[in-house]
Design a binder for this molecule. Sequence first.
Ligand code: CP3
Length: 356
Amino acid sequence: MTALKNDRFLRALLKQPVDVTPVWMMRQAGRYLPEYRASRAKAGDFMSLMQSPEFACEVTLQPLDRYPLDAAILFSDILTIPDAMGQGLYFETGEGPRFRKVIETAADVAALPVTDPDADLGYVMDAVRTIRSALNGRVPLIGFAGSPWTLATYMVEGGTSKDFRKIKAMMYDQPEVMHALLDKLAQSVTAYLNGQIRNGAQAVQIFDTWGGNLSSVAYLEFSLAYMKRIVDGLIREHDGRPVPVILFTKNGGLWLESMAGTGADALGLDWTCDIGDARRRVGDRVALQGNMDPSALYARPEMIRREVARILESYGHGEGHVFNLGHGITPQVDPANAGAFIEAVHELSAQYHTTA
Ligand code: CP3
């Protein structure tokens, strides 16, 4: 394998010293970029875009060609797993993801297969290899999956939900059915992430978009416990290098200490917590990734710079910080403002890494 030319992202995740704070953006390949919209139009739609290894590679590299980002993220979606389980994923314009078949009963859960990445998700494995080879060591490649709880939410609700009525009814009324579903998902996600690692992903992130909607006790039982099982089952070293794991629970600020106890290397933070405070809470146990409000990118470049400076100052000196947004970049952001954000992180962070 080609040697990595820029490994500051992997170093920061492992709390090793870096020259400047590494930065990437969740959803960095997406609709705010005109070149992404052009590729999607060429592919026909989002599903065709992500299911073609060549197109997936093309759009993964687009933000890297524009900005000096410190990591690439596989272009795919968390809902590839429910799709491979037979639910029939499709996207309704303006309405987000939908499934042809929705999980409603204990029998539906019992009939669900555990997915095998090579047999059922070969297009993702191919995309990882294609992207890794095209990157040629420029920056590390991040693989990802959804958390079991977040995947279950889409599978039971049938799409994006406002009130989570069906999934919460299942959780409270039939906890054993809920656990059976989460167990199959945890097995599928573990095998999927290990497949991505074997094919070239150099770090992995688990996206728990909806764990933050649970009660404090339910989060530990229905979301965190399954993410811990995944972390326990992951390949942690490949090609002679550690493969860091990042856990991101949106609205997960309440549970940082418990998340830090899972064995993950880093925690992703949304913008609602103060990153300095989070650092004091987790101590030396994990690195932190985040956490600028994506809406700050609607402001003028000098105001974006001020927000970046504030977050860097809050984190303070030393290792263990990967800069990111607190959630995905939105389609309405001016690409020039994303550039100003990335530049500000690199320029303003050098002072926090000088070794005495
Ligand atoms: O970060 C990246 O650049 C990698 C690609 C990526 C996508 N989805 C591409 C995508 C990643 C990491 C995801 C994860 C994902 N997908 C999550 C977890 C992260 C989060 O945002 O909380 C979730 C919940 C999904 C499910 C999903 N996929 C939704 C709700 C939507 C529709 C929302 C929207 O923005 O329209 C998608 C579609 C999707 N996935 C798009 C992209 C770029 C937009 C599709 C398009 O081009 O129209």
